[in-house]
Design a protein. Structure first.
Length: 253
């Protein structure tokens, strides 16, 4: 028995109605949904850190959740892990006709173009080319993916300079509403500004979600530097002193 089959067997034992684990038996697809989302982010963090050992561990945790969901589906006679594997194998072969068929695709761009066409044929029931993205996808990722989908049919700025002009236009519109102190309009314009910023990142082939995560990580390290140096003074220091240590943190961290 290979290790994957062993994992499936272990999961079935944990879910056994009589001899299984009380916690595992209690779970439903909905109850462990948030845990599964958390595991995806932990996998992403391991990739960002470049930590292969951690990535190996986190991929295992994520795989566990896939097997967990499949086991619960099997119990209600909906599908099982074999069905999951069968579906993805068929999909990969169907969407790579240049490998498993007689189509031609010599570049990554051609592969992507073929993938889009094949996927569109498969999803004819969808009302829009923009359909298919999860509602709860992080907003930066979702904006980037939506813009990419629109670009696939030519609805896109010709160059990065045009997207940057649009960004500056959106910034001016936000500043106008800021002067008017209209909170509702400010929120609208802030959304437009962020969307335009994602567009600039996309044209520059910068992952906006990853870029923001890097900045957040940098902010945390520099703030912790201030905490370490000021300790209890942190709460009583004026802005000038805080900025002094912030600038020092830029050189140290």
């Amino acid at each position: 028995m290979n290790k994957f089959d062993k994992l499936v067997e272990v999961m079935a034992k944990l879910r056994d109605p009589k001899k299984g684990c009380p916690w595992d038996k209690k779970q439903t697809p909905e109850s462990i949904r948030s845990h599964m989302i958390e595991e995806v982010y932990e996998v992403c963090e391991a990739i960002s850190l470049g930590d292969d050992e951690l990535l190996k561990e986190e991929l295992g945790d994520l795989l566990l959740h896939i097997v967990f969901q499949a086991q619960m589906a099997k119990e209600k006679e909906s599908f099982d892990i074999e069905g999951v594997l069968g579906n993805i194998i068929k999909k990969l072969k169907r969407r790579h006709p240049h490998i498993f068929g007689d189509s031609q695709a010599d570049t990554a761009a051609q592969v992507e173009e073929n993938w889009i066409k094949i996927k569109r044929d498969e999803k004819k029931h969808r009302k829009s080319l923009l359909s298919g993205l999860p509602k709860e996808l992080p907003a930066l990722i979702k904006a980037n993916r939506l813009q990419g989908k629109a670009a696939n049919v030519g609805f896109d700025w010709e160059n990065t300079e045009d997207t940057y002009k649009k960004l500056k236009e959106e910034l001016r519109e936000f500043e106008e509403e800021l002067e008017n102190n209209d909170k509702e309009r400010m929120a609208d314009e802030m959304g437009d500004l962020l969307f335009a910023m994602v567009n600039v990142a996309r044209k520059l082939e910068i992952d906006p979600e990853f870029a923001l995560h890097k900045t957040i990580s940098k902010f945390i390290k520099r703030f912790q530097y201030m905490e370490d140096n000021l300790q209890e003074e942190l709460f009583s220091s004026d802005l000038e002193k805080l900025e002094h240590f912030w600038e020092k943190a830029k050189d140290e961290v």
